[in-house]
Design a protein around this ligand. Structure first.
Ligand SMILES: Cc1cc2nc3c(=O)[nH]c(=O)nc-3n(C[C@H](O)[C@H](O)[C@H](O)COP(=O)(O)OP(=O)(O)OC[C@H]3O[C@@H](n4cnc5c(N)ncnc54)[C@H](O)[C@@H]3O)c2cc1C
Length: 455
């Protein structure tokens, strides 16, 4: 086992995975720097003054990664609640069960016909020649489903024109199409809601999603330094600067901060960094606002979350957050309280007006029948969080740019992993990020091959 100095930047799931593994291996020569004053990154949770717990948008835990599941079970024991997903699409003033394409029978009759005719003509198109994500949606699902849901919903969540995006990341993210199944569902009037890797999920009993990651604290607390922001990297001297001045040396650097920013921080007297910096500046991401509304009212129903493709509604997703754990509301009292969490995306293509966000969100929740007009008087908490880096966007040039950047970083012993460290949305969940951190350590310390992230 090597004993070189390892620096970890960021204490989100990827950084915590790396730290956990180092501790497990009994490795001593490492430190972790976090710009914030808390661990968890995008997977952390917040308790507001009224006692409501909030996540950074709807987070649910589901994983097919055995190594992650073992770790999660070991850290959390019984302190999880298991849920069966109940998710919906709200459009045309109707609730359509998720996945939309399998449940179009809930639409008005003329829209069902539109979807079916679109699907039939899509059977004859060659998906493999799709030029971009938008083209792929139309060729795969046809005009009806594309115009009603997949087009507007994706444009809303990504906040980027869909013709700038690739489609090879999709795999488990969008339900595949079977025209026979869809027709059968319509004719036989049957629901078809089971698809997807997250059809069952777990949620921490206490502390929101961050409650799980807080369990890593005993593993990292001696070596984590809070309010230490990486500000530059000297790849010749192998030194990081923190908060502009303080420095630490590294032999290997595990970076989990956004790769575009970190590449821009690199300084060298010998190496030309300009092509990597240029490639990094072409990576695109969006941001989100999370609007949490705490109500002094019991929530009826069993919905987990709902997607809102329609343009008049500012948010793309609504989470019925008090359904995830009673402890997300004050005193765990779901007979008295409930909570809703809405996500609104923004980007260079789609500005969001923060000043009106909460009012527009409440108006839309009333208009869409989620809460009643009178319920607005029962809103006892309004929590807003702005997140600059929320979704790494799979643009058409992403993979070429990443190849260039990552090979330059690796040549300089920098392992950039995690949601924005690797910038791979398809490997951007909590389990992926945690495992990427673990495997980066196995590679550096034990010389093992990474199985998840690949060059
Ligand atoms: C809206 C939304 C919903 C999601 N839903 C799910 C879900 O349902 N299920 C799921 O599994 N995953 C979900 N995710 C993904 C999950 O949040 C991420 O997988 C996970 O948090 C990524 O971990 P990470 O460590 O790679 O990065 P992050 O969580 O982003 O952590 C990076 C850390 O680095 C720190 N940092 C950044 N820059 C610097 C710097 N210069 N110096 C020092 N520190 C720095 C940050 O403060 C942060 O603590 C969701 C994400 C979002 C945004």
């Amino acid at each position: 086992m090597s004993s070189e100095r390892i620096i970890i930047i960021g204490s989100g799931p990827a950084g915590l995975g790396a730290a956990y593994r180092l501790k497990e291996l009994g490795y001593e020569n490492w430190a972790m720097y976090e710009q914030d004053d808390r661990i968890g990154g995008l997977s952390s949770s917040f308790v507001d003054e009224q006692g409501f717990t909030w996540d950074i948008g709807g987070h649910v835990m589901f994983s097919s990664i055995e190594r992650f599941n073992r770790l999660a079970d070991g850290l959390m024991g019984q302190d999880f609640i298991s849920h069966e997903r109940e998710s919906w699409i709200r459009t045309l003033k109707r609730w359509v069960p998720y996945p939309f394409q399998n449940n179009i029978r809930y639409l008005p009759k003329d829209k069902i016909v539109e979807c079916l005719l679109g699907l039939i003509s899509a059977q004859y198109s060659d998906k493999k020649t799709s030029a971009n994500f938008e083209d792929w949606i139309y060729k795969t699902f046809g005009e009806g489903i594309a115009n009603l849901f997949l087009g507007p919903y994706n444009a809303k969540v990504w906040a980027v024109p869909l013709n700038l995006m690739s489609y090879d990341w999709i795999a488990e993210r969008i339900s595949p199409i079977s025209i026979e199944r869809i027709m059968r569902n319509v004719v036989m009037e049957q629901d078809d809601i089971g698809w997807g890797p997250n059809n069952r999920f777990k949620f921490p009993l206490y502390g929101g999603t961050g409650g799980f990651f807080n369990e890593f604290m005993p593993e990292v607390k001696e070596k984590i330094h809070f309010r230490k922001k990486l500000t530059s990297i000297d790849i010749d001297a192998k030194k990081v600067a923190l908060n502009g001045s303080e420095a630490d040396d590294y032999d290997s650097l595990i970076n989990t901060a956004p790769i575009d920013l970190v590449t821009g921080m690199i300084k060298s007297g010998h190496t030309d960094t300009s092509s990597s910096v240029r490639a990094a500046s072409q990576l695109k991401h969006n941001g989100i606002y999370v609007v949490g509304l705490g109500l002094r009212k019991k929530m009826i129903g069993t919905k987990c979350w709902a997607y809102f493709p329609d343009e008049e509604v500012p948010f793309y997703r609504l989470t019925y957050f008090s359904h995830y754990s009673p402890n997300n509301v004050p005193n765990g009292d779901t007979d008295t309280y409930s909570s809703l969490m809405c996500e609104i995306s923004f980007s260079e293509y789609k500005p969001a007006d923060e000043s009106r966000l909460v009012d527009l969100t409440i108006e839309s929740l009333i208009r869409e029948g989620v809460i009643a007009q009178d319920d607005s008087r029962l809103i006892v908490s309004k929590w807003v969080k702005k997140i600059e880096y929320a979704y790494p966007i799979p643009t058409l040039q992403r993979d070429d740019n990443l190849r260039l950047i990552q090979s330059f970083l690796l040549d300089n012993n920098i392992y950039s992993r995690g949601r924005f460290g690797a910038w791979l949305y398809e490997l951007g969940n909590m389990d992926h990020s945690t495992l990427m951190g673990i495997e980066a350590v196995d590679r550096i310390v034990l010389g093992e091959k990474e199985t998840l992230w690949k060059a």
